[in-house]
Design a protein around this ligand. Sequence first.
Ligand SMILES: [Zn+2]
Length: 133
Amino acid sequence: MKATAEGPVKRVSSLLVVIVLVVLVLSIAALYQAISYYGSNEVGMGSWFLFLGITGVALSSYMILQTRRRGVRLPFEPPKVITTIICEKCDLKNIRDFQRGDYIFKETEVCPKCDEKMLISAIYREVKEKEKS
Ligand SMILES: [Zn+2]
């Protein structure tokens, strides 16, 4: 259940890492270009590439900061509420996401093992690591 919630986020941040790396490589190349322009006394072009390189480095470090902030923001997502359903007859335990109208001791779905009605035994908020709220 956790994996489905975290999957897309991970994909986005890995894409960001690729973009940041590309920008970083390009800006380092621009800086090298600037040095070679300065070396051949073309100060105008040199400062242009220097500006490009610095902007690129600043942009990629800003993006890294953004991804870090995104990681921090994750615990502030609406907390997941979990409903535990139990079969009184065979003790089969089932855990699923909270659904509207769920309350403790409510009869819900039929037990897949013994065809008895199962009861909601607990409703709780899923505690994530480093939860601050
Ligand atoms: Zn059962």
